[in-house]
Design a protein around this ligand. Structure first.
Ligand SMILES: [Zn+2]
Length: 401
């Protein structure tokens, strides 16, 4: 029995409200050994007050030492084992442009490239064409028709695009056509099973027509296919936890991840204030709210320690609007760490704060990596965060007599 089966069995309904506030890439590192992290440096009176009332811990997004992308990071927080439910790159890219993927869709990430007269790749990114050009080319490609399926072609940014093939009985196990080097022709799509071979045949037809359509569009006169995959079959949030969930996320990828587990994706506006307003408005309509804050990650990726500190302080400043709603359980955490020092995601466990009337207090009075290490939640796998949330919300029955 996996933990989802257990939760299906033990879930109880009540009127409690749970808020999961995800500060993307929240965890950090001191710039010099012995110093303070971004979160520890930030002045966070509201988070510290919650830390005093609540219980702290460190969550491991996937496994110790594994650096996760935001996809697996969020699936873990939503209580889905990120090793069991894997999201292909094409699927993530499609989610990232708010494309509503259905069960019959195969999603593909495309890269415009340059072919020479003999059909060999001379530039795998087509000279990094401007987004505006990519958009026009996608509009042309979107008109291509292949009998028996629907094809959608959407621009992402610069030389990147998304292709979605929609049709019954299509498999997603098809190789990348990007040979990963120049001076050779793109590879042919090949399916690894019968259903995927069907996809590969359609992709071949599509590529042949596309080559004709793009023949005068040097440097972007062709494209390679990567990360071909279908949307994984994921049990819905409501079925597993018995809660109606609303997502208040600004950025498309996180809206897409919420959609993947069948949360309702609400119009979140652009700013934290907009998000809070949406949360207040929708308060009576849902049991569970996922609120996403991007800038703790982007400033970390930029390697900008002071900016990340400032973004954490901005998040702290809106917390009174959330606590004023009196959620029964409020969790503040991240989907992974993004230390400014590393300018990238990292494997370090993620500071986590849980506040509920029935949580067992620990001695922590500040929200930071070092205090989280001393916290009452200890170190735990992110996929069990939802179990803790439900328990503290009184939404789980006793297991066994
Ligand atoms: Zn992330």
């Amino acid at each position: 029995m996996n933990h989802h089966d257990l939760l299906r069995e033990l879930q109880l309904k009540n009127n409690s409200k749970i808020v999961l506030l995800v500060a993307d890439g929240l965890g950090g590192l001191p710039i010099t050994p012995g110093g303070q992290t971004e979160l520890e440096t930030a002045r966070t009176p509201n988070l510290d007050a919650l830390a005093t009332r609540g219980v702290l811990g460190l969550s491991t997004p996937v496994l110790p030492g594994i650096t996760p992308g935001s996809g697996p990071g969020h699936l873990g927080l939503f209580g889905y084992d990120p090793l069991e439910f894997r999201i292909g790159r094409g699927v993530l890219e499609a989610l990232g442009i708010d494309f509503d993927l259905g069960p019959d869709d195969v999603a593909i990430r495309g890269n415009f490239c340059t072919l020479d007269a003999s059909g060999k790749i001379t530039d795998r990114r087509a000279g990094r064409i401007a987004s505006e050009i990519g958009k026009k080319l996608c509009e042309k490609l979107d008109k291509i028709q292949i009998p028996g399926v629907e094809i959608f072609v959407r621009p992402v940014k610069e030389y990147r695009l998304v292709i979605v093939i929609r049709g019954k009985g299509l498999g997603g196990a098809v190789n990348d056509t990007d040979p990963q080097k120049t001076g050779v022709a793109p590879l042919e799509p090949q399916g690894r099973d019968a259903a995927s071979q069907k996809t590969a045949e359609i992709a071949k037809q599509f590529l042949a027509k596309a080559k004709e359509v793009l023949k005068d569009d040097h440097p972007a006169n062709f494209f390679t296919l990567r990360g071909i995959d279908k949307r994984p079959a994921i049990p819905t949030f409501e079925e597993v936890y018995g809660m109606k969930a609303g997502a208040v996320a600004v950025y498309p990828m996180y809206r897409g991840l919420a959609r993947l587990v069948s949360m309702d994706v609400l119009d979140a506006g652009q700013t934290l204030a907009d998000q809070c307003a949406r949360l207040e408005q929708a308060w009576n309509d849902y049991d569970f709210f996922f609120m996403h804050y991007k800038y703790t990650d982007s400033t970390g990726e930029d390697g900008n320690f002071p900016a990340k500190v400032e973004r954490i302080e901005q998040l702290d400043a809106v917390l009174p609007r959330i606590t004023a709603l009196k959620p029964d359980v409020l969790i503040v955490t991240g989907d992974h760490s993004t230390p400014s020092k590393m300018k990238s995601h990292s494997w370090h466990p993620v500071p986590t704060l849980l506040v509920a009337d029935n949580c067992r207090p620990d001695a922590c009075t500040k929200f930071g990596e070092a205090t989280c290490l001393q916290g009452g939640l200890g170190q735990f796998q992110a996929k069990y965060l939802m179990t803790l949330a439900m328990a503290h919300a009184g939404r789980l029955e006793k297991y066994g007599a």
